[in-house]
Ligand binder design. Structure first.
Ligand code: ADP
Ligand code: MG
Length: 404
């Protein structure tokens, strides 16, 4: 399944509806105050595709969702701050419209000249976005000659501006293709799905096991080993029969954890020691103990040193490593050591030729925080989409694009 990209089609003089991921963090919630973008990573990530389209002589109509507004009255989720930041980053004007579709959008799109850029309002201001309303998708497609999806992070959802608009563009005879960022994500993550290199080692962490049981099961089929840390390891540690005190645990997932341990004990590697404290706080007094000695009034907040060494040992010689989920509560300095140590080991392996793919919003943040993002082979900030991709599922936003 090879999808067409912006490199495969004629773009000169065309109007290109481009779905980007401008779902960025904002400074505040009060629409009467000046709201600004606090992290422009995702806006920056869309620039290569925007510049590519402009270089080819296209005009661009950008759209994205932002946050979870209930309606168009939720002005705190307006794209205005995004427009301001985008203008700065591009060094050219952006025509920001106050609607997603409508008379104004139709008129502005019709008079758009090559080199000009429109940014539509938050697609989730309209209820038809998340219900994938064919009428909304059709009206979006009507604005342009070509549809480009560069929002990998939203590709796992069949919404009007993703799946719907791609189909609507095809229905009116226009191409629906992937943007450069979308292609980059697909290419990197595909290495772990179609014929991965071995030894292939997966590392899973983060808060919840229930989010990731399907992922564990699909990884068990393709990976040679799965190293599990973070909050999700607690449920496994309890399933092994240890007391875990006040640690984050998902009781209802214990039977599943027991079953996974019985069927794949040779592949699953769990923490043997942990950093514990009375609470997840910077001021809490921390200690390092083996997992069989967690006091009843303490909780596991990071993997211990012996575990880091064992995980590091298991990773040596790997050809491919996929990592999702921090090993501890990395947001607090004294529980960030395990995650940092692992990131350092992975950066070293990547330097020696191992393909290291990091996926997930918090995992990407942890790797950036450690200053190691550039050292990895690929870092995807798209949590849900990258996990579903790694589970081997087809994502509707990608599925709907034209085949090569
Ligand atoms: P990602 O966004 O990379 O997919 P998740 O959202 O699944 O990762 O998990 C990240 C969260 O997991 C972080 O907020 C981190 O504090 C939390 N976490 C990691 N280890 C623990 C733990 N032992 N106890 C509680 N929370 C944890
Ligand atoms: Mg997360």
């Amino acid at each position: 399944m090879q999808k067409k990209s912006v490199r495969d089609i004629e773009l000169t003089g065309k109007r290109v509806l481009t779905r980007v991921d401008f779902n960025v963090p904002l400074s505040g919630k009060d629409p009467d105050e000046v709201i600004f973008v606090t992290d422009d990573t995702r806006i920056n990530a869309a620039i290569p595709t925007i510049n590519f389209l402009l270089d080819q002589g296209s005009s661009i109509i950008l759209c994205s969702h932002l946050g979870r507004p209930k309606s168009a009255a939720d002005l705190q989720f307006s794209m205005n701050p995004v427009s301001a930041r985008l203008e700065q980053l591009l060094g050219r004007p952006v025509i920001k419209l106050d609607e997603v579709v409508g008379e104004k959008a139709t008129a502005e799109a019709a008079r758009l000249q090559p080199g000009q850029i429109i940014l539509l309002e938050n697609t989730r201001f309209l209820p038809g976005e998340t219900t994938n309303d064919p009428e909304l998708a059709g009206r979006l497609a009507e604005l342009a000659d070509i549809y480009v999806n560069d929002a990998f992070g939203s590709a796992h959802r069949a919404h009007a501006s993703t799946e719907g608009a791609a189909r609507a563009m095809r229905a009116k005879g226009g191409p629906s293709v992937a943007g450069l960022l979308m292609m980059k994500e697909i290419k990197a993550l595909s290495q772990a799905v179609s014929r991965p290199e071995h030894p292939y080692i997966a590392i899973l962490g983060g808060a919840k096991i229930s989010d990731k049981i399907v992922l564990i099961e699909s990884l068990l089929k393709v990976a040679d080993k799965i190293l599990i840390g973070g909050g999700m390891a607690n449920t496994f540690i309890k399933a092994q029969g240890h007391e875990i005190g006040k640690s984050l645990v998902e009781e209802e997932a214990i039977p599943e954890a027991v079953r996974l341990l019985e069927s794949a004990s040779d592949k699953i590697m769990l923490p043997v020691d942990a950093i514990i404290a009375g609470e997840a706080a910077a001021a809490a007094e921390a200690a390092e103990v083996v997992v069989s000695a967690i006091p009843a009034d303490k909780m596991i907040l990071d993997i211990g040193l012996v575990t880091v060494q064992r995980f590091s040992g298991a990773l040596q010689g790997a050809k491919l490593v996929v990592w999702n989920g921090p090993m501890g509560v990395f947001e607090i300095e004294q529980f960030a050591a395990g995650t940092k140590a692992l990131a350092t080991v992975l950066a070293g392996l990547a330097g020696q030729g191992t393909t290291v793919i990091v996926g997930g919003g918090d995992s990407a943040a942890a790797v950036s925080q450690a200053g190691l993002a550039e050292k990895m082979s690929h870092v995807s900030t798209c949590g849900g989409a990258s996990l579903e991709f790694l589970e081997g599922r087809s994502l509707p936003g990608i599925e709907a694009l034209d085949e090569k």
